[in-house]
Design a protein around this ligand. Sequence first.
Ligand code: NAD
Length: 490
Amino acid sequence: MPETILNYINGQWRASAATEFVEVTNPATGERLARTPLSPPSEVDAAARAAAAAFPAWRATPAGDRIQPMFKLKFLLEEHFDDLARIITLENGKTFGEAQGEMRRAIENVEVACGIPMMMQGDVLEDVARGIDEYMIRQPVGVCATIAPFNFPGMIPFWFLPYALACGNTYVVKPSERVPLTMKKIFELLAQAGFPPGVVNMVNGGAETTNAVLDHPLIKAITFVGSTNIARHVYARASAHGKRVQAQGGAKNPTIILPDADLDMATKIVADSAFGCAGQRCLATSLVFTVGEARKSFTEAITDAAASRVTGFGLNSGVQMGPVISPASKTRIEALIEKGVQEGAQALVDGRGKQVTGYEGGSFVHPTVLSGLQPQGEIICTEIFGPVLGLVHLNTVEEALALINGGQYGNMACLFTSSGAAARQFRSEAEVGNVGINIGVAAPMAYFPFSGWKDSFFGILHGQGKHAVEFFTQTKVIVERWPQEWSRQF
Ligand code: NAD
């Protein structure tokens, strides 16, 4: 019997009273690793109450003291870096190198949050009127929560959690029920880092558990990352309760290749973007718009790159791409490739129906390249979230920009060129929140906001850096006069 994941509430590991469970499997083998309890609302309530009880003492702890457990956490994460990456590969499927990259980005956010004593400072203006001073201070919001997706089980909660804790908030994390083992390990480290009981809590579960978080009156702020339909639901439901919400949704990220691009570099980078993490990245390139003469050479080069990519179990050396998350996901991706072919696309490389020797139980879809997509067809519009790259051939940058700006999503768009003028126009006119110029995965560093526009984001303030500090604090403005002193002076 595989282990049942525990919840972590008020500094204690607790078995859930759940009666339903989700099986957690290694997507490369189909082997059962654990089961996630679908925790009932009463367990969200216990976590929210523990976090609310811990809040007064934690917010009164000086910022310089609050970051001490954060420094300890940074060193614990470094010490267990490879263990964590290994767990990510086992439950999510991405390669060990990709999992290490994920944990590096998580740790960067811990490092940035250690600067909170400067980042959460307010503003002061003396003498706004005679003898009157005015100042703004930032105070924590209260109990906050994160609801996470399956594709970055280690990194995504760290876009929010370190900033929230350092600002003096207390926390509840609801990991993806499909990949709970990484957060379980991280909570073992959080437990050693020295945060007081109740400051950080974890409740495992699915939709019902999420909804209990969204509805709970003690939880004041919600961060969500996942698919667009659920992001929309989370934003509407939590904000109807008056909570502050940031909800990151899905994506369909285009990359433009101009004829003056460095083709070798562009091919390598676009292949890594499209097929890295088996295309299960919200910043994966899923469409390439080749302009003019870039068409022939790029099509040939990317076809070779896709066909030669080594797919397999992510812990094996030499493997460049792992499986997709589940058999259901594989079925869905293969059905979408078929839909594209029926719409008239040509499968230049077809990753369907292929197995990896020795891993016959795995959910592998090999890299796929589709050419000649229909402008309003399924493959141009739908987020596939698999290793499928669609090619569209155009004559001008303006046509490409029109396609980008007419799209539903606005997470990322990239341009490959050696022209500064083309890059400048693109940067200015692309209606997306993250832009790459000769970059394939334009992921903002921890000290920049992870932007996202249109149906890729609901809210105003994004995760990471200064935006996170603003999201996890509320401003208070004080206007102050001391009459005796004032009357003496004037
Ligand atoms: P998902 O939307 O299925 O699940 C995300 C979370 O929502 C999980 O914790 C899940 O338990 C919960 N959930 C699922 N259905 C629910 C429902 N009906 N009601 C309430 N809660 C529910 O997403 P996923 O498949 O885990 O992750 C992949 C998606 O996440 C992709 O669309 C990807 O683009 C997106 N994503 C976006 C970003 C970004 O920065 N914009 C980053 C990573 C992933």
